[in-house]
Design a protein around this ligand. Structure first.
Ligand code: FAQ
Length: 315
């Protein structure tokens, strides 16, 4: 009997999804839907927070005051995105502290891209142009995600990401039009960030264990390969406009498909980074753990203040 009820609840839930109605926190949802969302949204939140590190590294070294102010604003936006997203996981019943501890213990994933170093100022351009570009490509469809709080968070996040992408492109444009050394620096950043940016979309569809179910639930609206192809098609003309060369000898316009064919991604490198063995995985997690330790006194003070206020109200 109980099983029949669950089946009926699942049927009604899927009907809602099929009719493009949003699922809200107090609505009934299958446990697997809830867990999938907590997994994806928390990984997304961690990516925003860890993603502050490679850029934060350049705030003190930005070449002038305007660049510094813009970069600072961008990194702050990313902190904001992380916070909305952690709040969205809480609407699904996740505990924020536990979620963050899972990142620190290495249990939770975050985007592979943030395990690559940012070696030069041009990397700030490449990150904004390519990494934020990929993030937008992936997140615009998430504005139509079936889970209301995630979809709504994505609307604001995407607006801010598009400013981030433009600032990155503008840095690349300035360098590409600059001295030969500056142009070479922009090309070097593109060389290093191109393939890792394409990896951001996740494994190829045939190896993506979650895509089919997440598409059926309308959590994901496009597959990993569809978004990756869109990214290539949009970015190649931008690189041409910059006068830079995409580091892919197999990249070629396909007149039949009206898309670019591109070379094979090194999936061994991708899985190696995802498993924790990328160039900066250890450094990134150490930085986050240290930040939590250093913030201990702030949490203690906030808790003591909250307890005092509560006592005041009660008396
Ligand atoms: N890195 O079956 P699928 C940003 C994992 S935000 C690490 O295809 P799914 C803003 C995946 O989790 C960037 N792990 O999985 C910014 C799964 O492992 P699990 C982050 C990856 O979920 C810009 C396994 O592989 N954006 O950049 C990656 O259907 C600049 C199998 O994969 C989001 O998180 C990867 N690249 O599709 C900040 C967007 N790809 O959980 C600072 C939301 C896959 O079974 C500066 N997330 N894995 O242990 C999504 O759209 C999806 O989760 C995908 C993966 C597309 C990332």
């Amino acid at each position: 009997m109980a099983e029949l009820n669950i089946k009926e609840l699942e049927r009604r839930f899927q009907e809602k999804i099929d009719n493009d109605q949003k699922i809200e926190p107090n609505d009934w949802m299958p446990e697997r839907y809830r867990k999938t969302l907590i997994r994806q949204i928390s990984q997304h939140a961690h990516s925003e927070i860890v993603g502050m590190l490679p850029e934060g590294n350049w705030i003190t070294r930005a070449p002038n005051l305007r660049r510094k102010a813009v970069l600072l604003a961008k990194v702050q936006d990313e902190a904001g995105h992380g916070l909305y997203l952690y709040s969205a996981t809480e609407t699904l019943g996740a505990d924020r502290e536990e979620t963050i501890d899972d990142l620190h213990s290495g249990k939770a994933k975050y985007s592979s891209i943030f395990n690559y170093p940012t070696l030069t100022w041009a990397d700030m351009g490449a990150v904004g142009w390519l990494v934020d570009g990929a993030a937008i490509m992936n997140q615009v469809p998430l504005c139509r995600c079936s889970y209301g709080p995630y979809a709504r968070a994505m609307v604001r996040v995407c607006k801010e990401e598009s400013f981030h992408q433009r600032q990155g492109f503008e840095i690349m444009m300035t360098l590409a039009k600059g001295t030969p050394e500056q142009k070479a620096m922009a090309q070097d950043a593109l060389n290093r960030f191109w393939w890792p940016s394409l990896m951001m979309f996740g494994p190829p569809d045939e190896d993506s264990k979650h895509t089919a179910q997440s598409m059926a639930w309308k959590i994901k609206r496009s597959t990993n390969d569809e978004l990756r192809q869109q990214m290539v098609d949009i970015t190649v003309p931008q690189a041409e406009m910059l006068g830079l060369t995409i580091p892919d000898k197999d990249l070629k316009w396909n007149e039949e498909t009206k898309q670019y064919d591109f070379g094979e991604i090194d999936w061994n490198e991708f899985w190696n980074v995802v498993k924790g063995n990328g160039p900066c995985n250890k450094e990134r997690l150490d930085a986050r753990r240290k930040a939590k330790e250093n913030g201990e006194w702030v949490r203690e003070a906030a808790n003591a203040y909250a307890a005092k206020q509560k006592m005041k109200k009660a008396s």
